[in-house]
Design a protein around this ligand. Structure first.
Ligand SMILES: N[C@@H](CCC[C@H](N)C(=O)O)C(=O)O
Length: 274
């Protein structure tokens, strides 16, 4: 493979390299390729790489590879980006479905705005206490396609997201899969602010879609917010999570926000090989 066309996209600051791989033409193993091209400053740079592949069950299949080359089951912001990409290229109409390792996602694209119907959350566990460096932290966990640990905080600016997020991500309580870690402030019954440490990027990112949904659903389960919930992410953008529920059980969960097309490029052979 000499060259590879890609589109650089951003879902509220969570940035991705999106590649149409429906013809299965990648000559490099996807994890290795993601690790190479997601490096900042010496390659394109991104939080992850998304592949669009053929599917027999939906309009297409989305694969998300984190910047470290690991494959995740789902990515909320990546899913919003790939929906806009698919609509732009005519791979799917404005109402589409796509396969992920976490199940089928429904999406609706209107201009730059994308609304997803997410899968139902799994494994909600409230009120765990974990110890990091002798300090007890109160943690809630939930799987919104990928695992999240949610910590409620009063002063987000004072949280060492990178250092504490990393300790919790690798804490024995969350192994072997590890977890993404969301630090959340509840401003009022409709508004949250969030900062996320992302597994596979191994750093704070400017937004995390499944984390945004995790925060809203945990806060709702705790009786602190009701649908729709506006969530302000680190990039400054606001994302909307809405849901229907019956007691502690969530039925429909929607996640909505803007998606940005940045540029189309062609990766040269040199960038693909090392
Ligand atoms: N940025 C994503 C989540 C991507 C996967 C995550 N890093 C993991 O490995 O669990 C989102 O927007 O949901």
């Amino acid at each position: 493979m000499d060259k590879l066309i890609f589109v650089k996209m951003s879902g509220s600051g969570n940035d991705f390299i999106v590649v149409d791989n429906r013809d299965d033409r990648l000559a490099v193993e996807p994890g290795t390729l993601a690790e190479r091209i997601c490096r900042r400053r010496i390659s394109v740079g991104a939080d992850g790489m998304i592949l669009v592949e053929s599917s027999s069950k939906a309009d297409f299949r989305m694969r998300i590879l984190n910047a470290d080359g690991s494959e995740a089951e789902m990515c909320g912001n990546g899913a919003r980006c790939v929906a806009r990409f698919a609509e732009m290229l005519g791979i799917a109409g404005p109402h589409m479905t796509f396969e992920t390792l976490a199940g089928i996602i429904h999406a609706q694209v209107v201009g730059s705005r994308v609304k997803l119907q997410m899968g139902r959350p799994q494994q909600i566990r409230l009120d765990q206490s974990i110890e990091v460096d002798g300090v007890a932290h109160h943690v809630h966990s939930i799987n919104t396609g990928v695992p999240h640990a949610v910590l409620l905080c009063s002063d987000l600016e004072a949280i060492p997201v990178r250092a504490l997020g990393r300790e919790i991500r690798f804490h024995p309580a969350f192994q072997p899969a590890g977890t993404n870690v969301d630090f959340v402030t509840v401003l009022d019954t409709r508004t949250l602010v969030i900062r996320t440490y992302e597994r596979g990027v191994e750093d704070e990112t400017l937004a995390c879609g499944t984390g945004t949904v995790a925060a809203a659903l945990v806060a709702a389960t705790l009786g602190m917010v009701s649908s729709p919930v506006e969530v302000r992410v680190r990039s400054g953008e606001t994302l909307t999570v809405s849901f229907t529920r019956n007691g502690t059980e969530f039925h429909e969960v929607f996640f909505e926000g803007d998606v940005r097309l940045i540029y189309q490029g062609e990766l040269m052979a040199e960038a693909l090989s090392a």
